[in-house]
Design a protein around this ligand. Structure first.
Ligand code: PMP
Length: 456
């Protein structure tokens, strides 16, 4: 019996604030793409935690760099000192950004990064004498974080509703779920149509009152790795420019290389004004996030006295030393190349599974941000009945078989089950084989349990 358990097998749940469907084991050890629990059982971390551990667990070089930094200083307050790891990481990161995005503001997580984007945008409006601009349009569904500001732009009713009296709900437009549409338009035409919803919303709200538009360039868990048609991205930029509105890319999940480019938006050469990063930036070695903004926005804010915002742990030297070495590892091991190559292989395997399991209606994503969606009918893309709870069951079966995946039951604001397969960027071809073997058995078991159709 572990020291964390009582005689009845229950652990005193002093730091757990939610009901768990199943008893979670203690994580004991992690290496590469695997985690061992307290009983020595090994599972594949097929979701990199929550798409965090992009370079894999227990990377020796990152651990050594952290130890070296620990021996020097683990904390130096940002108002008293600069620190070398933060300076170096800021310089390195701006080299990965679209041109002009060279002002880096460190935080400790994704919600903090998004809050910082919203507050910088607002302070830019004030500093440029546009105080009437405050509305931030976002997409539905979407997830931008759990703090009240990030929640205000999040498109996820269940999470937001209890807090509505405490926050200012922001306008939403529909996420570009072009794959669900049954019309005669081409994908490119649909992309334009979805982007034009932004302009319609801007006009409805009053263009002079709109401050920014925030989106995940490649969707995360709320939409299941949603990729818009190519035409969507430049049209969004055009609309923002036309109305003087800032474009914020939430790259918390899609950034730091997961999709095979450093930023998800790089697949379309996007030019956002502000980017939010976290998750893969510290890659699970330390809490770390960043807001990266165009110097054009930051200058007027600095001229008016500076950014009135900040966190005690911002630019923590230990976290930044970890982040720096994570970047080194991405370069040294060519993990962008590997995410592209292994991602393509895994996607092809998922498409192969979709041929055998007709209840998979769509496989999508880029690099190693991949998802598969369940349907009851591929022609209509109708979802599976909610009562089947397929998204929960698939996760549980996969876990019992030794694979962690991630799932949700939302898509484009309507019901629908999808699961995400997002292993670390160090995953090898042989490990893709291990993942797919477990997924295959998982889907066969799911089909049996829920009486779903199976192909050849
Ligand atoms: N934005 C996106 C796109 C995310 O996926 C997440 C986390 N899932 C967040 C923001 C919030 O990040 P954190 O949980 O680190 O606060």
């Amino acid at each position: 019996m572990s020291q964390h358990q009582t005689a009845t097998g229950e652990r005193p749940a002093s730091h757990l604030f939610y009901q768990s469907r199943m008893r979670r084991p203690l994580a004991d050890r992690a290496e590469g793409i695997y985690i061992w629990d307290e009983h020595g059982r090994k599972v594949i971390d097929g979701s990199s935690g929550a798409m965090v551990v992009n370079i894999g667990h227990s990377n020796r070089n990152v651990l050594d760099a952290m130890k070296r930094q620990m021996d020097k200083a683990t904390f130096a307050y940002r108002l008293h000192f600069e620190n070398q790891p933060a300076e170096d990481l800021a310089r390195r990161l701006s080299g990965y950004m679209p041109e002009g995005l060279d002002r880096v503001f460190f935080v400790s997580g994704g919600s903090e990064a998004v809050e910082s984007c919203l507050k910088l945008a607002r302070q830019w409006a004030l500093a440029t004498d546009q105080p009437e601009r405050w509305k931030v349009i976002s997409r539905f569904p979407s997830y931008h974080g759990s703090t009240l500001g990030a929640l205000a732009v999040t498109g996820y009713d269940a999470l937001k509703k209890p807090f509505l009296p405490m926050l200012r709900d922001m306008p939403h437009i529909k996420a570009p779920t072009a794959y669900l549409d049954r019309d005669n338009l081409s994908m490119e035409e649909r992309g334009i149509r979805y982007a034009d919803m932004l302009e319609e919303k801007i006009l409805e709200e009053g263009a002079e009152s709109v401050l920014a538009f925030i989106m995940e360039p490649i969707g995360g868990a709320s939409t299941g790795a949603l990729v818009a048609p190519d035409s969507y991205y430049p049209r969004i930029r055009e609309i923002c420019d036309k109305h003087g509105i800032l474009l914020i890319h939430d790259e918390v999940m899609s950034g730091a290389g997961r999709t095979g480019r450093y930023l998800g938006g790089d697949h379309w050469n996007c030019r956002p004004d502000i980017v939010a990063l976290s998750k893969g930036l510290g890659a699970g070695y330390c809490p770390l996030g960043a807001m990266i903004a165009h110097s054009r926005l930051v200058k007027p804010v600095l001229d008016r006295g500076g950014f009135a915002h900040g966190y005690t742990y911002a630019g923590n030297p230990l976290a930044c030393a970890a982040g720096l070495t994570v970047l080194d590892e991405i370069e040294r091991q060519d993990l962008l190349g590997n995410a592209t190559r292994i991602g393509a292989l895994l996607k092809a395997e998922l498409e192969g599974l979709a041929e055998r399991y007709p209840f998979i209606g769509d496989v999508r994503g880029k690099g190693l941000l991949l998802a598969a969606e369940f349907v009851s009918d591929r022609n209509t893309m109708a979802p599976l009945p909610k009562a089947l709870e397929a998204h929960q069951r698939v996760v549980d079966i996969a876990y019992e078989r030794g694979l962690i995946i991630y799932s949700r039951r939302t898509r484009g604001g309507v019901e629908g089950d999808h699961f995400l397969v997002c292993p670390p960027m160090i995953t090898t071809e042989a490990q893709v084989g291990e993942i797919v073997t477990i997924l295959d058995a998982t889907l066969a078991q799911l089909a049996g349990e829920l009486s779903l159709p199976v192909g050849r």
